[in-house]
Design a binder for this molecule. Structure first.
Ligand code: SIN
Ligand code: CO
Length: 378
């Protein structure tokens, strides 16, 4: 079953709802008690490493104001009583114990999960009716929020507004969500959530890279790789009587320069693994002050130290030639499929014991020295 208390199996959810239609799951996480409260989130919003936004306004008045963090305590002291929302992204990376919540989404590929965004709102708080281009699971964490949604709507946005707010919104369905309730929305469904009192909502958002991002990164990847220095050449050139004309033969020459070597699947997988493991990477991992080596890793494992993921590193792998390419924040490493799967799984990573084969120890060494993994202090 997906979640503690829902009648759906992963297969049913994926076949019937995923990327297709909204689903409300009452008490998907019964007795859910958030590990963080509004003060913790406000504190995080003051941290300069956090990505935070403060939105005031309401629909249909459309008196929206948006401020970006980091914030100071003073910003919160001068907030009005109501109609405000504070949003903080990547909360599970700032508070790694919250990653256990994301484990509940193990019925989805882990690379597809982007982050946990927490919104804290005063009465009437809302970010306006809008449409997201990615799937989202909206978990009611505290207080009550009224969600209104529409699958058919006028997509016109409010002009001259930094927020992507719909100018008009006519709900087709609405629900009051209580703590533990969860609303799944596929991309492209208009939604408007209004806090009914002090309210906290946790959004688990999915990653959905767009074509423009992919093209841009692919261009950079190709330009910095083998052949990136190759230049246009025209050894067979005819005199051209018309100044300024770029002839058909030159156009063809450029096409061949760019597209003659179609990328094979192996190359494309390398690009994709590297791209996905860097996508929306907010902080470059930094290595430890003291570099580790094979012997010190053995000593740490023998002493019972546990390996953890750097919460900011994105780790994923792709099978290739019966082994695996492991990607961590854009870098590629080779290892066995089994070891790649172990490294990417929080629980299996934590149970790695001393006595690893040399190649695996070497890979751990590289990942620790790059800051993708760390030993939890005893
Ligand atoms: C919110 O939690 O206030 C907004 C989340 C969303 O609409 O995606
Ligand atoms: Co949204």
């Amino acid at each position: 079953m997906i979640f503690d208390n829902s009648p759906l199996s992963p297969d049913q959810f994926l076949a019937e709802y995923w990327q297709k239609k909204p689903l409300l799951l009452r008490q998907a996480l019964p007795n859910f008690i958030p590990d963080l409260d509004a003060n913790d989130i406000a504190g995080l919003a003051c941290d300069e490493l956090a990505e935070a936004r403060l939105i005031t306004g309401e629909y249909p008045e459309h008196n929206w104001q948006l401020k970006y963090g980091p914030f100071a305590e003073e910003d919160f002291r001068v907030l009005p009583q109501d109609h405000w929302t504070l949003l903080v992204q990547d909360v599970e990376k700032h508070y790694p114990p919250l990653q256990t919540l994301l484990d509940q989404f193990a019925f989805l590929p882990s690379w597809r999960i982007d982050d946990l965004m927490v919104s804290v709102a005063g009465p009437g708080g809302s970010v306006g009716p809008h449409v997201d281009q990615y799937d989202v699971f909206l978990l009611q964490a505290d207080g009550t929020r009224r969600w209104e949604i529409a699958e058919l709507f006028n997509g016109a946005l409010l002009p001259d507004c930094e927020l992507n707010v719909l100018r008009e919104f006519v709900p087709q369905q609405e629900w009051l969500l209580q703590p533990g309730d969860l609303l799944y929305l596929p991309p492209g469904v208009a939604h408007h959530g209004v806090a009914q009192g002090p309210c906290m909502t946790w959004s688990i958002g999915m990653r959905a890279p767009g074509k423009a991002d992919l093209y841009q990164s692919l261009g950079e990847w190709l330009a910095s790789g083998e052949g990136g220095d190759n230049r246009y050449r025209d050894p067979i050139l005819q005199p051209d009587p018309y100044p300024g004309q770029v002839e058909a033969s030159a156009i063809q020459g450029f096409r061949e320069l760019l597209f003659s070597e179609a990328m094979d699947l192996q190359q494309f997988s390398s690009f994709l693994g590297s791209f996905l493991s860097r996508y929306r990477l907010a902080h470059e991992p930094a290595g430890p002050d003291k570099r580790v080596d094979a012997a010190s890793i053995e000593r740490s494992l023998n002493a019972g130290q546990i390996l953890r993921h750097n919460p900011w590193t994105r780790l994923l792998w792709i099978e290739s030639y019966s082994d695996a390419s492991l990607f961590a924040a854009g870098s590629e490493y080779r290892c066995s499929v089994e070891f790649a799967a172990t490294l990417c799984d929080r629980k299996r990573l934590a149970s790695i014991k001393a006595g690893l084969p040399a190649a695996e120890n070497e890979l751990l060494c590289a990942l620790l020295n790059q800051g993708h993994l760390y030993f939890e202090p005893l």
